[in-house]
Design a protein around this ligand. Structure first.
Ligand code: FES
Length: 340
């Protein structure tokens, strides 16, 4: 079959989107922290972060008890969408699914991105819509999955390689696609056992979060008077020595503390301590502290925040300061705690 011009023109997008979604699904399933609620990079922690900025915040909060199920569904859906785009099986359905998922990511992971064109999810959604409308044009698709109608090739005979009715074809191909995605997903534990694992999610379509690096991780300490034991985030001596420390806000921290978020405590030039939610207000990566310039920066798209001015934005694609976390400093016991 001679490929149509739109099919040829859309082939690069089809291959790129298909491969990207396939990898995004695998990346999640191979990341040992993705389904670990205690990890700062888990789907649970990411949903908690998105719930604060997304217009779907209430919905996300309702889904938090099912965070791992949501993460698994997203990962397997990404596998199916990627396979469908690359092979042509249930192509339009896969592309429509890619558009729906990308729109969901735009409303959650990318919603805080300013200006909007810095976020990748909206362009993904538009590209998927183009693929869903255009179809694959029977290009690079096995004969039985082509879209051309069943045509008579001779009296009393039809072309058997051509597909059956559209409804039957869609149901069959959707089932096949779901089965292939499930089979591929079922291999993830074996691959991890073989040492094939990925790190935290960082790309735009997968949900973004980076681990803080280059700084000490605050360790549990004796309890400060007036502070709850489980809200201790570090020792004065440790933070003074390094100038800063990264920590995780305890998962059982009371609201409005951002339970499960990464945090950053910094000692300022006047020796006082300040702490911030380390989830970047642009697209959710984890910010870090630059000791040389005494600024907080985001490794993803370069946002910079001033710790001396309540993490006001110095530069970058966001206008929203980091959320400040209230601290209790107990000089007697030498502990730094979140005020709960
Ligand atoms: S996530 Fe984009 S600058 Fe931080």
């Amino acid at each position: 079959v001679k490929p149509t011009v739109p099919a040829l023109a859309l082939l690069p997008i089809r291959i790129f989107f298909g491969a990207t979604f396939l990898w995004a699904g695998l990346d999640k399933l191979l990341d040992p922290t993705f389904l670990d609620p205690a990890a700062a990079t888990s789907i649970h922690a990411q949903l908690v972060a998105f719930s604060r900025t997304s217009p779907l915040g209430d919905l996300i909060r309702d889904a938090l008890p099912y965070a791992n199920a949501v993460g698994l569904v997203i990962a397997v859906a990404e596998l199916g969408i990627g396979i469908g785009a690359l092979t042509g099986i249930a192509f339009r359905l896969a592309a429509a699914g890619g558009a729906a998922l990308s729109l969901l990511f735009w409303l959650t992971a990318s919603w805080a991105t300013r200006p909007f064109y810095f976020g990748a999810d909206l362009p993904y959604a538009v590209g998927w819509i183009a693929l869903a409308v255009a179809g694959h044009g029977d290009l690079l698709v096995p004969a039985r999955y082509r879209e051309r109608p069943r045509v008579p090739v001779a009296a009393n005979r039809v072309d058997e390689s051509a597909p059956a009715s559209p409804a039957r074809r869609l149901v069959f191909q959707a089932g096949l696609l779901a089965s292939l995605a499930a089979i591929l997903a079922s291999f993830a534990p074996e691959l991890r056992v073989l040492g094939i694992a990925t790190g935290p999610q960082t790309s735009p379509t997968p949900l973004p979060t980076l681990l803080p690096s280059g700084g000490p991780i605050a360790s549990p300490s004796p309890v400060a008077s007036g502070a709850k034991a489980d809200l201790v985030v570090g020792r004065v001596a440790d933070v003074s020595r390094a100038g800063f420390a990264a920590f995780t806000v305890p998962f059982d921290a009371p609201a409005p503390l951002p339970a499960g978020d990464p945090g950053l405590v910094v000692q300022l030039a006047d020796q006082s301590f300040v702490a911030f939610d380390a989830v970047c207000t642009h697209a959710g990566c984890t910010v870090e502290f630059d000791k040389v310039d005494s600024i907080i920066f985001c490794p993803c798209h370069g946002a910079e925040f001033d710790p001396t001015r309540d993490a006001a934005v110095i530069d970058g694609p966001t206008r929203q300061p980091l959320a400040k976390l209230p601290l209790v400093i107990d000089t007697a016991t030498g502990t730094i705690s979140l005020a709960g």
